[in-house]
Design a protein around this ligand. Structure first.
Ligand code: NAP
Length: 340
């Protein structure tokens, strides 16, 4: 009997899951009953999941919505669908190796099994492998969305900060393909070195004393008016001032964990605007056809442009160490959790 069939026929009654009992609390590995998929849902035997900044935000209790505890964290991952709860799409996905995201109200990906909506799973080609597939949805879809937003707004140049991230490096390669100028902002020289080695044309270091005036000059020179900001806080307050007239600052994370402030006149007289990007909201605003097209493009680009570096793989039992290691320095590739 093949392993997939075996997994589908021999479902256990319980599973190991990583659980948090309250915000900022250490994680525990405990035994829980196997979740049961309802109609339109699937049960996935999980394989791998990355640690993303949004997971850290959820664990620290700084997510926009307060989670219910106890909580199984994990936003994305990969695995094999071992049971369908019924319904056309769920039945079609049964037995497939998939990239997946969690569904609100259900447990997350950091468990041996997860129930999620059949609409949150995407079958992948065996060439991709479970590790890359586990990072196939959040960062690649976001990088593709940023490029599309630039193209729709006819921007020849965009700016991105925290740019040595996995997402930032995807953006470097996509912008090279699409002939969009990309101004990358990092906070250390080693990060700048990594991007320059990839062929990035414009890299600024926010630790330089002249940084904001350099940003102002370069943005004016390249007519950069679309800024993707993952940092927030004081940095955002300064960006709003430094960017040219007519600029739009799109907040897509708050890595600093701090609030920013802005002078109304800087915004109204400078014709500047501040918006937000959240992949879930963006995906819901797209037609199913557009989303399917993007997913298909992501699959073809996953071997190169959208490939994520992997720093280290940890077992479920090492989750607290994995999180500590990730937070010490996030640059240099993803930390993955093996969920088998
Ligand atoms: N809004 C959305 O829908 C959406 C979707 C996808 C991703 N994102 C966001 O995109 C960003 C990149 O994600 P990723 O998975 O590619 O990240 P990643 O690979 O884990 O890297 C995170 C990067 O951010 C840097 N960083 C952390 N805190 C910082 C701070 N306070 N100031 C400046 N740089 C800081 C890290 O540098 P060090 O090495 O110095 O730690 C690292 O280079 C994250 O903020 C994530 O939340 C948002």
């Amino acid at each position: 009997m093949n392993t997939k069939l075996q997994m589908m026929l021999q479902l256990p009654k319980t599973m190991k899951a990583i659980v948090q009992n309250g915000s900022k609390e250490k994680l525990q590995l405990i035994e829980l009953p196997l979740p049961i998929p309802a109609k339109g849902e699937v049960l996935i035997k999980m394989h791998t999941s990355p640690i993303n900044p949004s997971d850290i935000s959820l664990l620290n209790g700084t997510f926009a919505t307060r989670p219910d505890y106890p909580l199984i964290p994990g936003i994305e991952g990969s695995g094999t669908v071992v049971k369908s709860g019924g319904g056309l799409i769920a039945n079609l996905r049964n037995g497939k190796n998939v990239a997946c995201t969690s569904t609100a109200g259900h447990g997350g990906t950091w468990a041996e099994y997860m129930v999620t909506s059949a609409m949150h799973v995407v079958p992948f080609n065996p060439k991709i492998g479970f590790e890359q597939a586990s990072m196939m949805l959040v960062n690649p879809m976001t990088a593709m969305a940023f490029v599309k937003m630039a193209q729709q707004g006819k921007h020849k140049t965009i700016v991105n900060n925290a740019a040595a991230s996995v997402l930032g490096k995807m953006l470097v390669r996509l912008c090279q393909n699409e002939k969009i100028n990309l101004v990358n902002i990092v906070r250390r020289n080693d990060q700048a070195g990594q991007l320059l080695k990839m062929g990035a044309s414009y890299v600024l270091n926010s630790s330089d004393t002249e940084f904001y005036s350099q940003l102002s000059k370069l943005s004016a020179q390249l007519d950069a008016r679309l800024f993707f900001d993952a940092i927030g806080g004081e940095h955002t307050s300064e960006i709003i001032k430094a960017m040219p007239k007519g600029s739009k600052i799109v907040l897509y994370a708050n890595l600093s964990g701090e609030a920013f402030s802005a002078d109304s006149r800087t915004i109204l007289q400078g014709n500047k605007s501040i918006g937000g990007f959240f992949l879930g909201n963006y995906a819901s605003s797209q037609s199913t056809l557009n989303t399917l097209r993007t997913i298909s493009k992501v699959k073809t680009l996953l071997q190169n442009e959208l490939k994520a570096e992997i720093k280290q793989v940890y077992d479920m039992s090492q989750i607290n160490t994995a999180i500590d290691v990730y937070q010490q320095q996030m640059t240099g590739g993803k930390i993955l959790i093996r969920l088998e």
